[in-house]
Design a binder for this molecule. Structure first.
Ligand SMILES: Cc1ncc(COP(=O)(O)O)c(C=O)c1O
Length: 393
């Protein structure tokens, strides 16, 4: 077993930040990945909602390779056509006015929080407080962690950023009570990912919109996990018809190449030179990859496909729920779905992995389904049949 050597070496060398599965992956094609010992897995994790074009996508690989030969990095001291064109196209499709690119979801949250505070200063608002939601996950830097409403992530690292308060998700009254003149922004995931695939209700998002108008504050949507076609629409805010002032993005944006960013409405565009930066942000390799991803979503039918197969996955998970009483809930949108078990989700996932299906948890008892958006109905059937077999045992 070649994997044993790597697992041993890694356990000796790596800081213990990850509770990785004992799998060493070698390569992938489409929705299938193969480990160093030759075992194949159907991948319903996709690098945690990242590889939306699947693995081994030739167009994506070529775009990155060709750009690498031309210009790999040039910093933000200079412009390059790939980044300028990609930003222009993304703004056109998303309807936002301005953009900033960085390298990860956490960095996109940092940018959004800083922008909100800067905006509050520029507009002369007295308040600098930020409201976040219980159960949220926004990343692990001090800023992002400060708005992450889960004690288990926050507790070891206190004290965190001052001026952050939490409200209960999907409780419009609690949100209303939390907001006053001291608040400059509300941050939320339209679909809470790590918190257990929980959709915000329309009434709750509408209340946030109402409070935005009443108190003249910014609405920040963290679409790091649910953006770029994952929910069946290009961005999840479209399901609510309420556009945020700042949208955070990362994960799927460049199909697996590290990239993040924020999209900003002109009213919130308060940054001036020197306020914020990232050496690698908007790197031409990342933007070459992101251009392919956006083109596949918008011009090559991937968004339509994701919406269709996402609905199919939803039906199949509902059927499974009807059959297995220990599935207490099946929820989600598009290809971002979860089933909540009464108990034993870790064991179910291990048994599925043994049978060649990669799955991952979201929260303690929720099994998450975030396959590549290219997944077929046949692959969904295969995943469901493995899960059905495991749950029947
Ligand atoms: C909604 C959300 N926001 C932010 C992050 C942090 O992103 P990253 O790990 O790219 O820093 C994540 C990561 O899982 C996430 O799901």
């Amino acid at each position: 077993m070649v994997s044993k050597t790597y697992l041993q070496k890694n356990s000796e060398n790596a800081l213990e930040t990850y509770a990785s599965f004992p799998i060493v992956l070698d390569h992938g094609k489409g929705c299938t990945v193969t480990d160093v010992d030759g075992k194949e897995y159907l991948d319903f994790v996709a690098g945690v909602a990242v590889n939306i074009l699947g693995h081994g996508n030739i167009r994506l690989a070529k775009a990155i390779g060709q750009q690498a030969e031309r210009l790999m990095h040039c910093s933000n001291l200079y412009l390059n056509p790939v980044t300028v064109d990609y930003m222009d196209t993304l703004l056109a499709y998303s309807g936002f006015d301005k953009a900033f690119f960085c390298n990860s979801g956490t960095e996109s949250i940092e940018a959004a929080l800083k922008l909100a505070r800067k905006w509050a200063g520029v507009t002369g608002k007295a308040g600098r407080d930020i409201i976040a939601l219980n159960g949220s996950f926004h990343g692990r830097s001090f800023g992002a962690l400060s708005v992450t409403g889960q004690k288990k992530y926050q507790a070891p690292f206190a004290p965190l950023l001052p001026g952050v308060r939490f409200a209960e998700a999907n409780d419009p009254k609690a949100l209303e009570e939390a907001v006053d003149d001291s608040v400059c922004a509300i941050i939320m995931e339209p679909i809470q990912g790590e918190g257990g695939i929980k959709l915000l209700s329309k009434a709750f998002v509408e209340k946030a919109d109402e409070l935005r108008k009443k108190y003249d504050l910014l609405l920040i949507f963290d679409e790091v996990q649910c953006g770029f076609g994952r929910s069946g629409k290009l961005f999840a805010w479209e399901h609510f018809g309420i556009r945020p002032d700042i949208l955070c993005m990362a994960k799927a944006i460049a199909g697996g190449f590290p990239m993040g960013g924020i999209l900003v409405d002109k009213r919130a565009a308060a940054f001036k030179p020197g306020d914020h930066a990232a050496t690698f942000g908007g790197n031409p390799l990342a933007c070459a990859a992101a251009s392919v991803v956006l083109d596949e979503l918008t011009n090559k039918g991937l968004l339509t496909h994701a919406e269709e197969v996402g609905a199919y996955l939803g039906e199949k998970l509902e059927e499974l729920k009807g059959k297995h009483p220990h599935i207490v809930d099946a929820r989600g949108l598009g290809l971002m779905r979860g089933i909540e078990l009464s108990s034993g989700s870790a064991d179910v996932i291990s048994a599925c992995i043994d049978k060649g299906l990669l799955l991952v948890r979201a929260g303690s008892e929720v099994i998450r389904f975030v396959p590549p958006l290219i997944v077929t109905k046949e692959e969904i059937d295969k995943a469901i049949s493995i899960l059905d077999e495991v749950l029947s045992q």
